[in-house]
Design a binder for this molecule. Structure first.
Ligand SMILES: NC(=O)c1ccc[n+]([C@@H]2O[C@H](COP(=O)([O-])OP(=O)(O)OC[C@H]3O[C@@H](n4cnc5c(N)ncnc54)[C@H](O)[C@@H]3O)[C@@H](O)[C@H]2O)c1
Length: 361
């Protein structure tokens, strides 16, 4: 465990769109020294390194992960690569005793997820942690709702709905072709965009014990192999259900909507939280943070999550959104794909009944 008063040496792996949000957050963080970046594309690595310079301190640009791990004596890396690269990058770092915060999803398939969970469990005995970037759990209205559900002030959640009605153009996939491919992304709308809302649904209402759903490519079939639309009914371990609908076939990124009917109130999350109690009183929790980076739909809480991860390294506390937590959404998504895309190119778990390990194992 690093000395709590020491500065953490950190690098960012993958210097594409989202890396700018990680780099900005790390540059601004006390107790963190962003010493290097890595991208297989040398121009991207150089560009990110130049943009990451803070107070005249050099940031090294690398194109080879292993060479960077040899040279930089890192405490942590954040992983911002395409989905199929999360597992090899994370395992290489964990095996060197380096903490890993990876972007979602945990992995691009269940086989990779199981390999990473195993590596994280082995690494954890020596200290290095694996965290996964589900930053929307840190949004103030979301955290307030979670507290109200946990302290039972709302009563039992009964039924919920969640919608993600967004917009992606062919340009978005042409800029990074991995995003539209089964091989490199492991899925489309669900793996890349709606995964955050799916994570909130299962975190707020309880672990998902049954998934009835389907996915399809409705608008972007000329451009991508993976799905752009999905619907499902999730059954949670509490008995509550969530009706979930998501698509990229809209003309804008509409605000994500989550609505929950509980024993004592109707709760809506649409940026802000509104609780309409059974007696007619209305309470709201407004978000005070503003969107980071160029794209508002990335949300407002990357910096909060990354700060919490670095603090947990420094204090020796286990980071709470770990691989096991992130495996929950992956399991849900892959089960929908098994129904709707049974012939997709995917590595299968060794036995048909095999699932990913859980917190209980
Ligand atoms: N949490 C969020 O809100 C959020 C938002 C956007 C993207 N993401 C996630 O961030 C990740 C990256 O997405 P993006 O849109 O920035 O992708 P991108 O295509 O813009 O960038 C990916 C970068 O990784 C580099 N790369 C590929 N393989 C590599 C390897 N083995 N080692 C080092 N670099 C490698 C590529 O050259 C590219 O520069 C994905 O997992 C995506 O789901 C998360």
């Amino acid at each position: 465990m690093p000395d709590p008063s020491s500065t953490l040496r950190v690098a960012v792996v993958g210097c594409g769109d989202i890396s700018a949000v990680h780099i900005d957050a790390l540059r601004a963080m006390p107790g963190v020294d962003l010493v290097a970046v890595c991208d297989v594309d040398p121009a991207r690595a150089e560009r990110a390194a130049a943009a990451a310079v803070t107070a005249g301190r050099t940031v090294h640009a690398h194109t080879d992960l292993h060479a960077m791990l040899d040279a930089e004596h890192l405490d942590a890396v954040t992983v911002c690569t395409p989905h199929d690269q999360h597992v090899p990058v994370a395992i290489a770092a964990l095996e060197r005793g380096v903490h890993v915060l990876t972007e979602k999803p945990l992995a691009h398939d269940l086989v990779g997820a199981e390999e990473l969970l195993e590596a994280a469990a082995t690494a954890a005995t020596a200290g290095p942690q694996l965290g996964v970037c589900f930053q929307n759990r840190y949004n103030e209205p979301v955290a307030a709702l979670k507290r109200m559900l946990d302290d039972d002030s709302l009563g039992r959640p009964l039924q919920a709905s969640a919608t993600v009605i967004w917009h992606r153009t062919p340009d978005y996939y042409e800029a990074s072709p991995w995003r539209g491919s089964w091989e490199h992304a492991g899925g489309g709308l669900l793996m890349n965009q709606a995964i955050h809302t799916l994570d909130l649904a299962q975190w707020l209402l309880g672990d998902v014990v049954r998934v009835d759903g389907s996915a399809a490519t409705r608008l972007l079939g000329d451009v991508i192999e993976v799905e752009d639309t999905a619907e499902m009914l999730l059954t949670h371990d509490t008995g509550a259900t969530t009706a979930f609908y998501a698509t990229l076939a809209h003309g804008r990124n509409a605000p994500v909507d989550i609505e929950i009917v509980t024993e004592r109130a109707l709760v809506t999350l649409r940026d802000d939280l509104t609780v309409t109690w059974a007696d007619g009183r209305i309470e709201t929790v407004a978000t005070t943070a503003t969107a980071e980076g160029a794209r508002a739909y990335w949300g407002v809480s990357h910096a909060a999550l990354i700060t919490d991860f670095m603090d947990s390294i420094r204090s020796g506390r286990r980071f709470w959104i770990d691989g096991l937590e992130a495996a929950k959404t992956l399991r849900i998504i892959q089960s929908v794909y098994d129904t709707s895309f049974p012939a997709r190119p995917v590595r299968r778990m060794a036995t048909a009944a095999a699932g990913l390990r859980t917190h209980d194992e």
